[in-house]
Every structure is written in C-alpha cells, then in structure tokens.
Design a protein around this ligand. Structure first.
Ligand SMILES: Cc1cc2nc3c(=O)[nH]c(=O)nc-3n(C[C@H](O)[C@H](O)[C@H](O)COP(=O)(O)O)c2cc1C
Length: 213
C-alpha cells in the first residue's frame, strides 16, 4: 500500500477558540514568587482537577464514572487557608483538614532530581488513586487484573491537564511533577497520602515569579 501524507492546514490560535489559546499558552512553571494564592484561586484549581459538575459528573472523565482519584491539597501560602494538608471532597466541594502545618518542604523532598523550587509553590496538589477498587471493578476486562490500574493512571493525566489549563486561564503557574519516590511519599505523615492509595501525580501551583508585580 502506498504511504500517503496528508498536509494539514496550519492551526491558527486565533481560530482555535478559547481552549486553543489555553493550549498554546500552557507551559510548565518552576519558578514561583512569594505572592499567596487566594482561596478562590485554589478552589478553582481543585475543582478543575476533578470537581463535581451540576449534572453529577466531574470535570475530568472517569471510566464507568468510578472516580477513583483523591486530591490532597498541601497548602502553605494560601490567603484564608491555614497551612496544612486537606482532602478535597469533590462531591461536597469542601476541603477537609487531615494534617496541620506546612508539609510542602517534606513533600518536595520526596521528589527525584533537584526540585528545591517546589517548596516555593503556594500549594502542591497530590493526586492519588484507589488501585484496589479500580482493579476489582474492572476485573473482567482484559488484560485481567491490570485494566483498572491503567484507567486510574489515565484519569490522573486528565485531571493534571485540567489543572494546567485552569492555571493558565487564571494567570497562575503550574507544573506536573511525576518523578517522586513512592516509598518516601508514603512514609510521610500517613494523612498526606490516603491510606491504601497509590500516589500518582504532584502538581505545584502558584504565582509565576516573572509575573509577580
Ligand atoms: C508524565 C510527566 C511527568 C513529569 N514529571 C516532571 C517532574 O518530575 N519534574 C518536572 O520538573 N517536570 C515534570 N514534568 C513536566 C515536563 O518536564 C514538561 O511538561 C516538559 O518539559 C515540557 O514543557 P511544557 O510543559 O512547558 O510544555 C512532567 C510531565 C509529564 C507529562
């Protein structure tokens, strides 16, 4: 069969709509300024990740609408929110304090390579997943015993991109840090990663240092 190339018209960001503009502007930010996030900005980030929508679904897709993700907000520099680790209850749209104090530095130290800048992010959003429930739920789908975990990882990717796009829309910076030491992360205060869950992704959010003034 002859191989064919189909030349595509260049995508003009101007015609790609609001989403296209966000996709063009989305970039990973690794330098954060001292300005705090407002609670409203943090709320938007958490909601964007996997918040509930009016029809009872979520902002991110989920196989069988199982919603196996948990979002833990490790807040350190958020106006109107005491430093602490909070579980975001997406159904009730509330933050539940699970560990007092500023855990950003300790979480940052669990990452691989040099992530010293990470502790300067106003908040770290940790996505974890209930792999056992997903594995059981999708036990009849091939490859047996593995499909559920795959779905959870994919869902974490969706939620992460949602955070990136919402951060871009809000004039904030975000970066996905997936390079971390699972065991060290799980060895922190057990409340930071929900017991029995698998850490999937860490997103740093805050005001980019170059846009502080
Ligand atoms: C699965 C995944 C894992 C990543 N892990 C890290 C990480 O551990 N540390 C980091 O600084 N950036 C991490 N990133 C961000 C990438 O380095 C970044 O997306 C890439 O350099 C492209 O830059 P851009 O996002 O600004 O387009 C990760 C991105 C993805 C998709």
């Amino acid at each position: 069969m002859t191989r064919r190339e189909v030349p595509l018209a260049p995508v003009q960001p101007a015609t790609a709509g609001d989403l296209g503009s966000l996709l063009v502007r989305r970039r990973s930010t690794r330098s954060f300024g001292p300005r705090p996030l407002s609670l409203a900005q943090l709320t938007l980030m958490a909601w964007a990740a996997h918040g509930r929508t009016a029809d009872g679904h979520r902002t991110c897709p989920s196989a069988h609408a199982l919603y196996p993700l948990t979002l833990t907000v490790v807040a350190g520099n958020v106006d109107g929110l005491a430093a602490g680790a909070y579980r975001y209850d997406a159904e009730r749209h509330v933050l539940i304090l699970v560990a007092d104090g500023d855990h950003r530095d300790r979480v940052a130290r669990t990452t691989l390579a040099d992530h010293d800048w990470l502790r300067h992010a106003a908040a770290l959003l940790l996505l974890s997943g209930d792999m056992d429930t997903a594995t059981r739920h999708f036990a009849d789908q091939p490859p047996q015993g593995r499909r559920g975990r795959r779905y959870v990882w994919l869902e974490a990717g969706h939620a992460s991109q949602n955070v990136y796009l919402q951060a871009t829309e809000s004039g904030l910076g975000a970066v996905l840090v997936a390079g971390f030491d699972d065991d060290r992360l799980l060895g922190l205060d057990p409340a930071v990663v929900p017991s029995g869950e698998h850490p999937l992704a860490l997103l740093a959010v805050g005001h980019p240092a170059d846009r502080e003034q």
